[in-house]
Write a protein that binds this ligand. Sequence first.
Ligand SMILES: [Zn+2]
Length: 253
Amino acid sequence: MDITCPSGLSGRVRGMKAREERILADRKLAKSGGQLDQILAACWEETLDPGPYSFGMTAPNWSEVLVGDRFYALLQVRAVSYGPMYEFSVSCSNRECRARIDWELDLLELPVTQLSDESRAALLAGRTFRTVLPRAGRAVEFRLLRGADERRMSAQRRAAGERPLTTSLAMRVESIEGVEAKDKLRVLEDLEMADVSFLLGEFDRVDCGVETEIEVECPECLSLTTVELPFEKGFFLPQRKKPSAASSSSFRP
Ligand SMILES: [Zn+2]
């Protein structure tokens, strides 16, 4: 199947084969965060348009690819392999309820933000993005998250005591006006939350990708819970369904 990722990177993907289950079961690979790269590499058959990347018509270097494109491509591979419906469960956020909510959604219906022409031009030119923090009044240069950052971030998140917010800011912020590189982390930790949310908004504004924040309704108390789409085992290894209308065409009661 031919797909076009949010940045314009386009190619032909195939569904997963039995041998890819071995990649998913490899614990060492899971720890290193390399599973997704290997799945992408295995299922990407041909590059049709490299979009804003420098690898040309050859196989993508997935550590260089924007996180938004990677996730989009994974969704497509998943949908080709097992269909677009994804089942997962989350807990109700209502403290008096906490019921388990079983949810199902169509992965191909998640909203996608395309990369803007402005951002595409910046990536092609290898330029960073620039903004000015409203409270601190300093200019900040930043770049977008790529596959290599994703791996580093999940490795750091596993390390005890790591603050995910600072980590994710530090990964993207290249420089802060008037701040030496060695002081960057300290200055980021000192940012007022107004500047932090402004910065996160700027990251989103120039980036591309799939909207993974979804709203689910609790069947018990009817309250709405907003969650990040959980990336569970069922994403790539869905449970075989018990006989149901969808899977049993030979027998109907
Ligand atoms: Zn509830």
